[in-house]
Design a protein around this ligand. Structure first.
Ligand SMILES: [Zn+2]
Ligand SMILES: [Zn+2]
Length: 213
């Protein structure tokens, strides 16, 4: 497990890994103003997300040899309609929440950790790594997220399970939405609507995983 992920997963489960998206519309590397649709960098040492102007973003799109503190968050959204997850497969993971994201750390022995958005932020939940590994053999997209900067987001409702590969900032956005709108025990109407809206955007944005010939 990489130092980054260890830091990410250590400590109490209530410790939120992702920090909320900064509000300042400025590049946090050089201070230049950024447009609304700007890129982000992950600071793998501090587990935080930084807004970046285009030139600063491009500086970090190629992983530095041996890692490096900053990584550009890719902007690909993928789905895999050829390998749908069944409700039974989803239940094999034993995760009792409807929306969960899965992150992988860097390095050969890096593990995968699961988080769900809660009113307290991102909360880690126990993940049966054997069950996860079994699912990834049948569902290649589950293993395709790049360490630290991408995540697998799974959304299960009563009769359907959908999953996407997303940039990690999409998870931050989900966490932020839940923090902002969640009320009471079940979240309430507004939270549900906002979460549905986010998944609607993901659905329309995600491209099918390209098969290797
Ligand atoms: Zn910049
Ligand atoms: Zn930003």
């Amino acid at each position: 497990m990489s130092a980054g992920l260890r830091r990410f997963t250590s400590g109490s489960s209530a410790t939120p890994p992702p920090e909320p998206e900064p509000v300042a519309e400025r590049c946090e590397m050089c201070g230049a103003e950024v447009v609304a649709e700007h890129g982000h960098l992950v600071d793998v040492e501090h587990r935080s997300l930084l807004c970046a102007c285009r030139p600063c973003y491009l500086l970090f799109t190629q992983p530095a040899a041996g890692g490096g503190r900053y990584r550009a968050v890719p902007d690909r959204y993928l789905c895999d309609p050829e390998h749908p997850l069944t409700t039974v497969e989803w239940e094999s993971l034993g995760i009792p929440v409807g929306a969960t994201f899965f992150l992988r750390g860097d390095g050969d022995d890096a593990g995968t950790a699961a988080f769900y958005p809660s009113p307290a932020g991102a909360t880690e939940c126990l993940l049966d790594l054997g069950a996860w590994a079994a699912l990834t053999t049948e569902h290649p997209l589950l293993a395709a997220a790049q360490p630290d900067v991408e995540a697998i987001l799974i959304h299960s409702t009563r009769d359907e399970v959908e999953y996407f590969l997303v940039p990690i900032d999409a998870c931050y956005q989900l966490v932020g939405t839940v923090r902002l709108y969640w009320k009471g025990f079940d979240g309430g109407q507004e939270a549900r609507e906002r979460i549905d809206e986010l998944f609607g955007e993901l659905r329309s944005r995600a491209l099918p995983l390209r098969r290797e010939a």
